[in-house]
Design a binder for this molecule. Sequence first.
Ligand code: ASP
Length: 359
Amino acid sequence: MAAIDFSRRDFLQSAAAVVALGATTTKGQEQQTPRKPPSGSVVISSANGLRATEKAATMIAAGADTLDAVVAGVNIVEEDPEDNSVGYGGLPNEDGIVELDASVMHGPTRGCGAVAALRNIKTPSSVARLVMQRTDHIMLVGEGALKFAKAHGFKEYDLLTEKSREAWLEWKEKHSDKDNWLPPPDPPASGEKRSDASRPIAFTYGTINCLALNEKGEMSGVTTTSGLSWKLSGRVGDSPIVGAGLYVDNDVGAAGSTGRGEANIKICGAHTIVEMMRGGVTPTEAVKAAIERVVKFTVEKRLLDSEGKPNFDLKFYALSKDGRFAGASIWSGGKFAVFSGGQNRLEDCAFLFQRPQKS
Ligand code: ASP
């Protein structure tokens, strides 16, 4: 699929189509489009999920359940200390503690489970699946989630790698000159390594979302993250919120997100996208319309650049029951991982705004 720079006009057209379809849906006259599954599985993921799509597709080909497959796929990234946006090695909260969020949905059984602000467990997606399978609840948070994970035999680890601790310490020492944390002397007394002073100490986002469809038309999804770096302790993003960071309807399709969770929660992005697809909107049009809605809902001055555009990014991914898929982001340059037709690759996300060229 080629990159699609969707113009404002396209957006307005797709939004108009969505409004029209929404009107028929409320009257209970959903558009009946044929939703035959494709021949061969389709797995899509955020750009950091190439290993996840490969693993999940291989497992599905060998007969695994779609949820087991996507969870095994994202487990690879959760356990990888080099990915600082997910699981072990994720960037911590403002206190230097890694807190993880995750959700899962299993299309065939209509099951879902989630954990939020979970500490010390490398694979929160596996815990979320157990919340779905082994409790009468949907979401466990904080200490309760950890207690539950330990009851099921999960081992505790310090999730803060040296690399993530150093990044956190640098943020802590540089983000204010009105507190008692001082950066190392310049030049450093010892051979201590730091990024150059011009590096902005920004909040960073990052997550993995993975959605799968098998030949029988069964669908599942997972979203897992360490969330926004340097967040307030206890902050929960969109990833574990069913309907925001993830939604699966086995009759229609699945959607998920990565990026600024606060912006997504306000529009219940994943559910919104699946509902649009239910009305007959293509995955591409649905993710584009959801991005447009996020931009419309972003009115806070502190979140807008000098041209009035969001100063953050958010991406949506969608997979329909018939195997079509798409990704879209606010800003250009986004990619997403796709396994389909026996091939694993990155594709371009559609986007609303062209990122300014770096001078
Ligand atoms: N959506 C995640 C959150 O807000 C972070 C991300 O995807 O970058 O917690």
